[in-house]
Design a protein around this ligand. Structure first.
Ligand SMILES: [Zn+2]
Length: 303
């Protein structure tokens, strides 16, 4: 896992309703994404307004619940934005991501990075916010062709820009990463990074490299980071992880042999833990936590 920084695991189920998001009684909580750049439907929209990498939430007073603002236009919200992109319908309501002008946080608003947004708004809205930030990032970083320098244009019907001169197409970036639980009956091999809270351990994770299958990546990352060998991994699920654009692909893999040799360029520690003495686990927003929970349930049920 090199060149792209560290990987963490990221979440899953959509449980909350739009009513919780915006304080109305509407909603069954479905998101239908737009197919490429297009004008939004008329009327009120949910505005995912970005300031840097942070999302602006409306919060009237310190004790009020922060919500994603709803209005027909940013002007109606007292906001000035420089770029806007319609991304889809959340329970039939248009969602628009926009870039806030200036550095000041307007009155009655607060900014939150995506991590701290988790738990403040329903998980479904958090997922849409993750998509919104990634599409805005794509729109802002693909305005020009990296080969010829020409100004690009949006391709109709898909999320892509195209160079009118050389035809180079640029899609929103998605970086596949594996994340894997190494198990050996009643013990788990967990790893930690020095930047994490004390005693928190998690799973081996890393970016897939060109020319590599997911399974090969699992074996390579485990060997590089911990020195051990595993049997063929089993796929258990995936999760978009917008920090900034990973797709976490989750596996479990049974230990096959070898002693732990920690790669200290990436990790502070790697060790076996008995299931009865597990350390602090990854936060609930991450697929890592879900994979560990799933293993514990499976072992507990004797499967
Ligand atoms: Zn070009």
């Amino acid at each position: 896992m090199r060149n792209q920084g560290r990987v963490e695991g990221g979440t899953d189920t959509v449980t909350a309703t739009r009513a919780e998001t915006v304080g109305t009684e509407l909603g069954t909580d479905t998101f239908v994404r737009a197919r490429g750049v297009q004008d939004p439907p008329e009327g009120e929209a949910l505005w995912f307004v970005m300031q840097g990498a942070k999302v602006l939430l409306r919060q009237e007073g310190p004790d009020d619940k922060p919500v994603i603002p709803t209005a027909s236009s940013p002007e109606d919200l007292g906001l000035t934005v420089s770029r806007r992109l319609y991304i889809g319908l959340f329970d039939g309501v248009p969602c628009i991501v926009a870039r806030l002008d200036g550095d000041a946080v307007p009155d009655a608003y607060a900014v939150h990075d995506l991590r701290s947004l988790y738990g403040l708004v329903p998980e479904s809205a958090w997922s849409v916010a993750g998509l919104a930030t990634q599409l805005l990032y794509w729109a802002e970083t693909t305005r020009y062709c990296p080969r010829t320098g020409d100004e690009t244009r949006a391709k109709p019907g898909e999320w892509a820009t195209e160079c009118p001169s050389c035809g180079l197409t640029q899609y929103p970036r998605v970086s596949p990463c594996i994340i894997v639980l190494i198990h050996d009956d009643d013990r788990l091999l967990l790893t930690r990074q020095s930047s994490w809270p004390p005693n928190r351990y998690s799973l081996v994770a890393g970016f897939v490299e060109p020319g590599e299958t997911l399974e090969e990546c699992v074996a390579r990352e485990i060997a590089e980071e911990t020195g051990v060998r595993v049997h063929a991994p089993h796929y258990v699920g995936s999760q978009p992880w917008p920090f900034p654009h990973q797709l976490m692909v989750g596996f479990t893999a049974r230990y096959a042999g070898g002693d732990i040799v920690v790669d200290h360029s990436e990790l502070e520690d790697a060790r076996w833990f008995p299931l009865t003495e597990l350390p602090l686990r990854p936060p609930p927003m991450s697929i890592a936590g879900r994979i560990i929970e799933g293993y514990l349930e499976k072992v507990g049920s004797g499967q």
